[in-house]
Design a protein around this ligand. Structure first.
Ligand code: AHR
Length: 318
């Protein structure tokens, strides 16, 4: 190659590089600290994050915190030490994040919250929150019960299976539900306890509810499908019929809930969409490219009842 031609070639390469956005020139590295693997929802969420990162050519450093805040904090510190481009995480509980978030800020690493938010006085500690509106999910469950209550006589006794103590979905799904049901004084929450979002705990706590209240229970409100499915087992083992004897209201709308609805064992599941990967990595690319991203990105969700389940089931992706 002549000297002139090689200069021309280098100039062309340089021109192409400067026309290429920064994020396309080097592999983006993202550290993601996941809550754990406590539910069908969480598995779908993890798969969505991993699959989208691979599809987008983003290097993902993934940590499973096994539902422990200290593990998430450790993982975030290790992402800071590794100088990742962006940190994302689904906080297991609402509070106690300020110190580690300040460390990320000092290291100039932007943080995106996914699925659950945090409580902090310093809003500058994270860039954006992408996920569901848990209050609204609780309200949707409450509105469904208000309608159903029109067909029920006398006192309506509800038992509630809460999610992980101190987590945003447990706090807000409870609040949203209570806000709506207070319109009907016949509806009363007679027992409320955590089932930690797992099937095993949901079953165990429902067994205790049944022992204490027996046939007085008219409605189960579970903060997620896994706990509802565990509770359904407990109800059947106690010789009662879910739906017929106890109305079952749940949240997530994962495939397991659709199967339960199609089997006539669950009345309704309010959708909580776990497929956050595409929105998360679109936001990550924008951040790395220096673009501004919205402070709050809300996912669109519906409500699925027993009579809709069979028709909708083939379309479900999780
Ligand atoms: O934060 C979302 C909640 O966490 C889902 O409803 C639940 O299934 C999960 O474990």
């Amino acid at each position: 190659m002549t000297h002139r031609r090689s200069i021309l070639l280098s100039a062309m390469v340089l021109a192409v590089m400067s026309a290429t956005p920064a994020w396309a020139q080097k592999k983006i590295v993202v550290g993601f600290a996941q809550v754990g693997a406590e539910s069908e929802w969480r598995t779908a969420n993890t798969n969505s994050i991993k699959e989208t990162a691979a599809k987008e050519g983003i290097e993902l450093k993934f940590a499973d915190a096994q539902q422990k805040q200290e593990n998430q904090i450790k993982a975030i510190r290790s992402f800071i030490a590794q100088k990742v481009d962006v940190i994302a995480f689904a906080p297991v509980v609402n509070t106690g994040w300020d110190t580690v978030l300040k460390e990320a800020k000092a290291a100039k690493i932007p943080v995106i919250l996914t699925d659950r938010s945090v409580e902090t006085k310093d809003e500058s500690l994270y860039l954006s929150f992408l996920g569901s509106d848990f209050m609204e999910e609780g309200r949707k469950a409450g509105r469904w019960l208000l309608e159903k209550a029109k067909t029920m006589k006398g006192e309506i006794n509800v038992v509630e299976l809460q999610g992980t103590v101190g987590s945003a979905p447990a706090i807000e799904r409870k609040k949203g539900f209570e806000e709506i049901i207070k319109a009907n004084p016949n509806i009363k929450i007679i027992r409320s306890q955590t089932g930690d979002f797992t099937r095993a705990k949901g079953k165990e706590v429902m067994e205790a509810f049944l022992k204490a209240e027996g046939k007085k229970i008219n409605v189960l409100y579970a903060h997620n499908d896994d706990m509802a499915i565990g509770a359904i087992q407990a109800i059947e083992e106690a010789g009662m019929k879910p739906v017929k004897d106890i109305t079952i209201i749940s949240v997530d709308a994962v495939k397991g809930a659709f199967e339960a609805m199609m089997a006539g064992k669950m009345d309704v599941s309010v959708e909580c969409n776990p497929l956050l990967g595409p929105q998360l990595f679109a936001a990550v690319k924008d951040v790395v490219a220096g673009k501004t991203i919205p402070r709050r990105i809300v996912t669109q969700e519906g409500v699925y009842t027993m009579d809709m389940a069979a028709k909708e089931f083939p379309n479900r992706k999780y």
